[in-house]
Design a protein around this ligand. Sequence first.
Ligand SMILES: Cc1cc2nc3c(=O)[nH]c(=O)nc-3n(C[C@H](O)[C@H](O)[C@H](O)COP(=O)(O)OP(=O)(O)OC[C@H]3O[C@@H](n4cnc5c(N)ncnc54)[C@H](O)[C@@H]3O)c2cc1C
Length: 252
Amino acid sequence: MGFNPDDYHTLTLQERVDFSDDLALFRVQSPDPIDFTPGQYATVGLREDGESTPLLRPYSVGATPGATELEFFIELVDDGKLTPKLWNLAPGAELWMRKKVVGRFVLDPSRRHHIMAATVTGVVPYVSIARHQKQALDNGDLDTPHRLLILHGGSRSWELGTYREELTRYAAETTWLDYVPTVSRPWEDPDWSGEQGRVEDVLRKHVDPYDFPLDDTAAYTCGHPEMIDKAQGIFERLGLPDEAIHEEKYFV
Ligand SMILES: Cc1cc2nc3c(=O)[nH]c(=O)nc-3n(C[C@H](O)[C@H](O)[C@H](O)COP(=O)(O)OP(=O)(O)OC[C@H]3O[C@@H](n4cnc5c(N)ncnc54)[C@H](O)[C@@H]3O)c2cc1C
């Protein structure tokens, strides 16, 4: 199948917000509204001079459906093919994105309670789900909110990006969201006074007091494969059935 530019949006990089040497938020503008279900991923990349096809990778979309402003929260992989090139881009640069945004990592509407675990950039699907639910409640399109517990881990607090402030704010403003940021290298982040440990280490502590109804609860894991494997074991031991446990592994 040849490359067809009509299958792609050209996005314009508006801003890159750096949280560390290898972690940044890419804010981009699309010429057209993006139709997708919160939690899904876009296929994004660059088409370099002389190359017939763009170099593309999947990235979870941070936005609400119909938005023209999108966010991608990306970790630099030093020996990776695409990410070092993304780090060379300046505002105004063009990115390619397949028009079809896809993926099955979305809110399971058949259940009302949702436990969501993420490492660093893996929080993006949950941010889109939470933003969308907030928007639907504010617009009157949704009466009864789904209850979300989001656990978000990084080595240091600044790796949780702008999403730590955003989700902390939603949690304070609403009754349907609880947000637990956790830091696994607190000795490198002496001002951190929140939860300490990896997501999988603090999961039971935050899930147990809720008394989640198992037949009405779904669990989600997103990001680093090691966290996903460990957290899924915990969800299985909690008694959640396989069909209620969802995963999005960013790499293997
Ligand atoms: C559905 C889906 C959604 C994704 N969403 C995001 C996202 O929102 N943010 C994000 O940063 N990444 C995300 N990824 C990972 C992303 O697609 C790329 O794999 C990553 O950006 C590296 O691309 P690259 O071309 O630089 O490296 P490549 O040349 O493709 O890979 C080099 C090697 O690095 C490994 N690798 C990839 N990512 C990492 C990592 N984070 N840490 C360590 N090793 C890694 C690869 O498995 C490979 O072995 C997602 C992946 C999938 C499958």
